[in-house]
Write a protein that binds this ligand. Structure first.
Ligand code: B1M
Length: 222
């Protein structure tokens, strides 16, 4: 089974989506992340292990990007391969929702277009029985304010950021939310964010992964 998981990680790293995909040329005709994710589930590999394998693939392509070995198109292909897997995992992560425990508003902050992590948090939170209001990517502070106005009963608001440069917008958004709605709880997360940075921004919590967002919501649920 290890080889199946390794192949999946490699397909994410290389941006190989499915058998018919012509990209990358050296993997033409081979199975991609789409088929391998389906096969892994059929072989009772847990959705968590599949996800971990994909995150490892994203990490590898990200590291290559950091070393100027690949460029934005390769990151986009890796994202496509990751989304092909998430389509298979979605029902598993979302299956817990029957009667909702409350509302959670989430978005990727202004200037930031990364949405894979935010969408994973959204799926896992939904799967744990919460209604999720997803504001998408590049969400300006006003978009969060309007969403809280429209959903005054929300339990918390979550912000995601993947760029060190957009962490400034994250801090501004937390500040704006706390100024307008001092009682609204805010959790922040994303690769460059740390617990220390979260506290300095004035957020109520930091989530390293989707599970920590769920734990925070449970801890403050009325
Ligand atoms: Co970009 N990118 N990217 N990128 N990209 C990074 C983030 C980078 C680290 C790559 C690198 O240099 N090694 C780097 C940022 C450097 C920095 O600021 N420190 C970078 C850069 C520089 C850029 C551009 C500027 C490149 C350019 O144009 N020159 C550009 C910026 C665009 C913009 O946003 N304005 C850019 C563009 C892109 C693509 C569009 C091509 C694509 C995103 C596609 C998409 O999201 N639909 C992309 C990708 C794919 C990446 C990497 C490779 C992968 C990101 C990812 O999806 N990870 C990334 C390198 C890396 O991460 N190693 C990189 C997997 C995902 C599951 O993890 O999002 O961290 P993550 O989410 C985790 C946790 O952080 C947590 O839970 C998730 C699951 O565990 N979490 C939360 C996230 N949000 C949370 C919220 C919570 C709680 C937990 O509570 C609310």
């Amino acid at each position: 089974m290890d080889t199946l998981i390794e192949k999946l990680t490699y397909c994410i790293e290389r941006g190989k989506v499915n058998k018919d995909a012509p990209y990358p040329p050296d993997l033409r005709g081979q199975e991609g992340s789409d088929e391998l994710a389906a096969l892994a589930l059929e072989n009772h590999i847990s959705p968590d292990d599949i996800l971990e394998a994909c995150i490892e693939g994203m990490q590898r392509v990200g590291d290559k990007f950091g070393r100027n070995e690949v460029f934005v198109p390769e990151l986009l292909m890796a994202s496509k391969a990751m989304y092909a897997v998430m389509k298979h995992l979605k029902p598993y992560f979302e299956s817990g929702a029957i009667k909702t425990k409350g509302k959670f508003i989430i978005g990727t902050v202004a200037g930031d277009l990364h949405d894979i992590g935010k969408n994973l948090v959204s799926m896992v939170v939904k799967g744990n029985g919460w209604e999720v209001i997803d504001l998408g990517i590049d969400a300006k502070p006003q978009k969060f304010i309007d969403a809280i106005k429209n959903h005054p009963d929300c339990t918390a608001v979550g912000l995601s950021a993947l760029l060190t440069t957009t962490m400034i917008n994250m801090a501004k958004t937390v500040e704006e939310i706390k100024r307008t709605f001092p009682n609204t709880k805010v959790i922040v997360g994303g690769a460059p964010v740390t617990r220390d940075a979260a506290m300095k921004m004035g957020a109520d919590a930091y989530g390293k992964n989707p599970q920590e967002a769920v734990e925070f919501l449970s801890s403050i649920a009325r």
